[in-house]
Write a protein that binds this ligand. Sequence first.
Ligand SMILES: [Zn+2]
Length: 310
Amino acid sequence: MNRKLLAIITILFTVSLSTYYYLWYSDPLNSVTESPYLTPTIIKRMQIMVDDTPEELPNELRSITIARGEFPSWFRLAKGHTTETLFEFVTYQLVYDVGYSIIDPVHSKALHDTMIWAYDYDEEAYNKMQKSLEKAHQIYFTHEHWDHFAGAFNTELFDKIKHVIYVSKAQRNSDMMASMKDGFISLSQLDKVNVIDNKGLYKISPGVVLFNVPGHTPGNQGMYIKLKNGTEILLVGDIAYSMANITLEVGKPRISSHIILGEDSEAVNSQIKSLIRIKNEFPNIHIVPAHDIPNNRKLVEQGIIKKGLH
Ligand SMILES: [Zn+2]
């Protein structure tokens, strides 16, 4: 083989190998520090914020699984770790003595069918969730992606429920909104819902504090929840796709985070690093990544989250 050709092949091979290593394999957690948006001090402040009205705390957090997708392990975990490949799409309901809130209403089957890694869809569960939306006192969202948002916008119920929908200002102004409009949303719908200006911590109802964690999307927010029986829950949306990111202490690979999802990979991985610390320092707080099937199942089995919506 001529030497020039050999040199070209060697260069191509080296470039491919380093690209693979950088995007798929190497752990972005190694090059970030903990997030300033998710610190033990912030957790303690939220714990204090919900304690002023103990009698008004929610009675239970309920959930319903509406759809599933199949996403490869490399989508969630760096360093070649493998994991359960099915994702689930879940809507939550926070139940009070009087009324309830709905969090993250999942998209319709028509939208699910457009997803490249769609697995299955439970239309009965979707219909149940839509029925629950009609009587909700509040509807809000961890972030502006259609699997968490569309159930309340891409529905004929919209005009009936718009007065109980709450989006944050960051979600309202996010450029993600414009990119989602072909899927389900007319931007004019956003002028008809409540917009909350939660720059810092924001108590949206008794026992629930929203905290901004931009990165997965510009309007991404976590939710600290305390129930009447003392149970503490941290809904972290899609910061991590899997509890394994936290238990194995391994980040979200750059290929999914930065390239496919267009996340601020550094911010998201710094938030994962913070969650690792929070899990150690606050062992009583149940961390809930939205799509993790084994973790959600375990919480339901333990009675931390109740199965099905009212
Ligand atoms: Zn999601």
